[in-house]
Design a protein around this ligand. Structure first.
Ligand code: PLP
Length: 390
């Protein structure tokens, strides 16, 4: 039996999303074609756009379908930076939190290197919450030079919810656009685009029970976004490429359902998560629960096990059929301490003992039970291995 505790990496598709996707796989038609089959595909795409817009409270015309979270983040950062700088060449600064996903951090590095952007990463506290005073100081140093601000809705490693209302309030004083990576937030916490006041929001299909390789950037109509790809002019000329109607139908079904069931889902999953944390800490005295107690994704349990390598622990749990994550990316096979934990003030040694357990719509009390049974012996073995390796 597999105990899947890695829903933040990807979550199983919802049956309704599989049905919506499969139904379209059996039809033919390019959504840009004028004949009946093309019009059918176009109708599916436009109905999907409306359903995503209803779920997130934005206008259908504000939904730009993409290939997923990474593309949405790239499009927002590069596209908004280029258009804002084209309007006023002094706008070369981009402010972002230090705990963004690599889908934000790496395009920012690229913009700095290739386009001369001045990227300022704003620090966070020990729970991973953005330092608003630092953001304010950075904006106020020279507001006319800020092209955009990007702060994630919820952190993918430690689950911390960021103070987006305050970020929007600070940026809007100077009419600076705000982008948010809401890939982990949609379906887990209430996400209302219009109410949030953000100008652009990224989401991804496979994190909400939809297919891989599809997502959206919701972007206010008034905000100019320079295209990254040029071609047939689809998606308001912002994102060329033949539209993937089946994937979009699957995405829309998943967004609609995950948002509709979000309150019950979050309530159920957070009870399981709290039980998991309490019992793991009983089984392993000294295990530390990281992140924010109150401002947190319901399915996220991020713990550090002092004296262990998170990677060894992950493999020991995997051998018992329990799947989780260290939460941080591993570049070229070499485990790196997480930039998120380092920004939160962890030492490299403490950051190495981290594991993320993330629960989702298929999680059960039996999953928690299996982890609680396995974690003690696995930590003992990982600690022994770590002592031997010194
Ligand atoms: N942003 C966040 C916060 C994520 O957690 C992820 C996925 O891990 C991404 C962006 C990338 O999304 P995708 O896998 O759809 O490219």
């Amino acid at each position: 039996m597999t105990v899947y505790l890695d829903h933040a990496a990807t979550t199983p598709m919802l049956p309704e999303a599989i049905a919506a996707l499969s139904a379209q796989l059996t039809t033919t038609g390019n959504a840009s074609s004028l004949h009946a089959s093309g019009r059918h595909a176009r109708r599916i795409v436009e109905e999907s756009r409306e359903s995503v817009a209803r779920a997130l409270n934005c206008r259908p015309g504000e939904v730009v379908f993409t290939s997923g979270g990474t593309e949405s983040d790239n499009l927002a950062l590069k596209g908004i930076f280029w258009s804002r700088r084209a309007e006023d060449p002094r706008r070369t600064r981009i402010l972002a939190s230090a705990v963004e996903h690599h889908a934000v951090l790496d395009p920012l590095d690229w913009l700095a290197e290739a386009e001369g952007a001045e990227v300022e990463l704003i620090g966070v506290d020990h729970a991973g919450r953005l330092d608003l005073d630092a953001l304010r100081a950075s904006i106020e140093r020279d507001p006319g030079t800020v092209a955009l601000v990007s702060v994630m809705w919820a952190n993918n490693e430690v689950g911390t919810l960021e103070p987006l209302d305050e970020v929007v309030a600070l940026a809007s004083e100077h009419r600076i656009p705000v982008h948010t990576d809401a890939v982990q937030a949609v379906g887990s916490v209430p996400v209302d685009f219009a109410r949030s006041g953000v100008d652009a929001l990224s989401l991804s299909g496979h994190k909400v029970g939809g297919p891989f390789g599809v997502g959206a950037l919701v972007v206010r109509r008034e905000l100019a976004v320079t295209a990254l790809m040029h071609g047939g002019g689809q998606e308001r000329d912002i994102r060329s490429g033949t539209i993937d109607a089946p994937a979009i139908a699957g995405l829309a079904a998943a967004v609609e359902l995950s948002v509709k069931h979000q309150p019950e889902h979050s309530a159920r999953v957070s009870v399981l998560r709290d039980d998991l944390v309490r019992r793991v800490q009983e089984a392993v005295p000294g295990a530390i629960y990281n992140g924010s107690a109150g401002q947190r994704l319901p399915g996220n349990a991020h713990l550090t096990f002092p004296g262990c390598e998170g990677d060894s622990l992950l493999m020991l749990l995997d051998a018992r059929g329990i799947e989780c994550s260290t939460g941080s990316a591993c570049s070229a096979g070499v485990p790196q301490p997480s930039h998120v934990l380092l920004a939160m003030g962890f030492t490299e040694a403490d950051a190495r003992g981290a594991l993320r357990f993330s629960l989702g719509h298929t999680s059960t009390a039996a999953d928690v039970e299996a982890l609680v049974q396995a974690i003690g012996p696995c930590v003992e073995r990982a600690r022994a291995a770590s002592v031997r390796g010194r």
